[in-house]
Design a protein around this ligand. Sequence first.
Ligand SMILES: Nc1ncnc2c1ncn2[C@@H]1O[C@H](COP(=O)(O)OP(=O)(O)O)[C@@H](O)[C@H]1O
Ligand SMILES: [Mg+2]
Length: 147
Amino acid sequence: MKQELPDLASVEVFGERIAARLRAGDVIALTGNLGAGKTTLARAILLALGHEGEVPSPTFTIIETYDAPPLRLPAVHADFYRLERPEEAAEIGLDDYREGAALIAEWPDKAGGFAQESQCLSICLEFADEGRIAIVEGGEDWLGRMP
Ligand SMILES: Nc1ncnc2c1ncn2[C@@H]1O[C@H](COP(=O)(O)OP(=O)(O)O)[C@@H](O)[C@H]1O
Ligand SMILES: [Mg+2]
């Protein structure tokens, strides 16, 4: 599926659509170059899930966690860019963080990738004029969930 994101308002709406369908165990895998809008979409999803206030970029911390409540379900926002080996994701305890939560991951391939999981929604962000285009591909569990 192709989703046009011509401006920041459209990212907010897209984030709301994803958040409304999100379940524990899901992965939202965000790919795209630096500046493509991964963190912006992650923020939109977290705000739509009920987070209030800032959403720091996890560039340096690698993982930021968000509790429920106030969120509708617990969420983990990760940026794996700084991992040198995919095994480091397990070493920092990713599986424990993911327990009962939804994972929103930037640079997922640096952690070995999640597309093999049926609950993974892969979103590739590309530059298009002033805005972006999202190429969306869902695992089996997302079939019928993301019209
Ligand atoms: N759909 C969009 N249309 C216009 N600007 C956008 C869009 N998505 C993101 N941006 C802008 O692009 C810049 C980089 O976004 P960011 O989310 O930090 O990228 P990334 O996390 O992929 O490096 C930000 O200034 C953001 O406001
Ligand atoms: Mg980012």
